[in-house]
Design a protein around this ligand. Sequence first.
Ligand code: ADP
Length: 720
Amino acid sequence: MDKVAVLFPLPLPEPFDYRAATSLGLQPGMHVIAPIGSRLVRGVVWSVEREHPGAANLKAIEEVLPGSPVPEMSRAFIDWAAKYLVRPPGDLVRMVVRSPEALFPPPTHTVIAPTGEPPPKLTEARKRVMEEAAKEHVSAAELARRAETSSAVVKGLVDCGALTKLEISEDPPFPPPDLSLSGKALSGLQQAAADEMCATVRAGGFHVALLDGVTGSGKTEVYLEAAAEALKLDSTAQVLVLLPEIALTQAAMSRFNARFGVTPVEWHSAIPQKARRRAWREIAAGRARLVVGARSALFLPYPNLKLIVIDEEHDSSYKQEEGVIYQARDLAVARAKLGDCMVILASATPSLETLVNAQSGRYAHVKLPARHGTAELPDVELVDLKIDAPEKGRWLSPKLIKGAAEALLRGEQSLFYMNRRGYAPLTLCKGCGHRMRSPDSDSWLVEHRYSGRLVCHLTGFSMPKPKECPECLAPDSFTSIGPGVERIEEEVRYFFPNARIEIFSSDTTPNGDAVRELVARMETNEIDILIGTQIVAKGHNFPNLTFVGVVDADLGLKGGDLRAGERTYQLVSQVAGRAGRHEKKGRALIQTYAPHEPVMQALLAQDRDAFFAAEIAEREAAGMPPYGRLAAVIVSAPDELLANDAAKLMGEKAPVVEGLDLWGPAPAPLSVIRGMHRRRFLIRANRGVDVSAFLAAWAGRVKLHSAVRVQIDVDPYSFL
Ligand code: ADP
């Protein structure tokens, strides 16, 4: 009898033990069903002790499931990540086994195909059926429909041997990439970068390279060469490319398709269940060799992952902020280290952490300093809003209006960037000053004029805009304070009544199809002026876009957390980088009230390195990441007193560790979300301190009321 430890996709602290007959031959990674209490639950075998004397007293494994086992590397990654993130390992195994149906052989359906034998008697109906059957293999009913005859005719042809039934898998394997194809002819600089990457791929083992190239320099072309090299070198190698936005996958897919003759396997939250099942099965079996996905694709059970590319590695969407909180870029590097894999981090504006690693030599630093072909970087100018002020009640300065007007006259496109959805961030009553707040969260309701609703961007709560003030009952007394994209659109329409104007935000493009449609219209010049949130900053290539106006560059600096300057630089320079990506020269105007801030001066001079050098020096002096470690602990409860008491108790129980500072508890800046009152601790530690071990020890010391939630965020990006 074997003793078998099973890890369940549940928030349990460790695997549970079961017995299984040795003859079953259970191995770690296999999928099983086993009882927990009175329930039968699917889990993954984590370890097996053969012929264990104590096993007889354990409950038995109920069933062994088919399906590719979770590879050893994935299991090691789960164990590591659970420890690092201070999460129950079951929460992570849930992210690996994402499609239970994929454990079973794919369903099949029956189609009809010609055998090559001519039918003995050829009636008109039979002739039509044979013609249709030669075109495509479809079901008997469909074939009869296409041939405009009855199923009996089809059946007759099967019976006489002219047609036959075939069982077709609903999830056939994906066609493999065609490695005989070659990519675009690379420029000298691109070729040198590609050669360096390919040499690293050939050397094998764990390596991280930063592919640091300005927007439009051809980073994608270069990493495609590295991907091709990895796939050629080892006939079972798998390559994963992570992209920050699902919306970007389609453009990327067609470029991959051009390079490899096949569409890569896609993985993100929006793929339908059937596609998910097929992708999971093929990835786990090692047959899917090229995968493009969002951050969650990192957790899939690749048996032989050799290269991970993280495009736009600085992008904030790599940080998952709900459920299991993790930074996919950092976890990718950790996974690669465990599995002798190479990582390419591509960006025009790398994160400060990555840049420090590249400068210190821990990561290779491969540069692409120029745009491809004749395209040049745009001219950037700052607009000091204290001097070039917009008219009262408006947000666009005369300079911005002029810039867009000139582009319009030349028949070129403009982009106004405003990183706030909706019409206005605040709605207040002119009569009594009442501000419209979210009912269960500490945030203002944002007015959305298109939908006529007030929306909480934190929780998604929304309500129709009331006709009268709920406080003083004055009718029609609301005024909208501050701009969002919808308000900028209103203003742009006022100045350019005949232009074709669109908004690009997650509200106007709620899904991939809508994004594709809008991007296509922009590419084919059916839009003159686009007004967008940060969704426009990412990766799009609009050949005729030559003017970019940043409406409020200061927005991201407000509330100033650790990365406010860095993020502002990244976003604004990425947005400015949308201008003039082809032959036409681009121009970007950046509106700010703080033109002398280092970040604005750096944007003006397009001197990323000087700005980052100053930021790096500040972080080093303060012992902030990457020179120190941070973690956040958020204690929340449905009741304010309970939250306070729990936070106080946690504060008292914190272990004292040398080289580690604990700040808090303090009310979180967003002190109530969905009715939960939130208190925060921030932990800063010197680099050598094991912050995860500290957090685990701390959590183990405190017994809290069952209504209290404790959320641990290792390497926090949000400080709200
Ligand atoms: P990045 O990823 O650095 O922003 P891309 O790889 O998207 O840059 O390249 C920008 C544009 O230039 C794309 O349209 C791409 O097809 C084109 N391009 C880049 N390199 C080449 C090349 N060697 N030959 C032809 N077109 C290229």
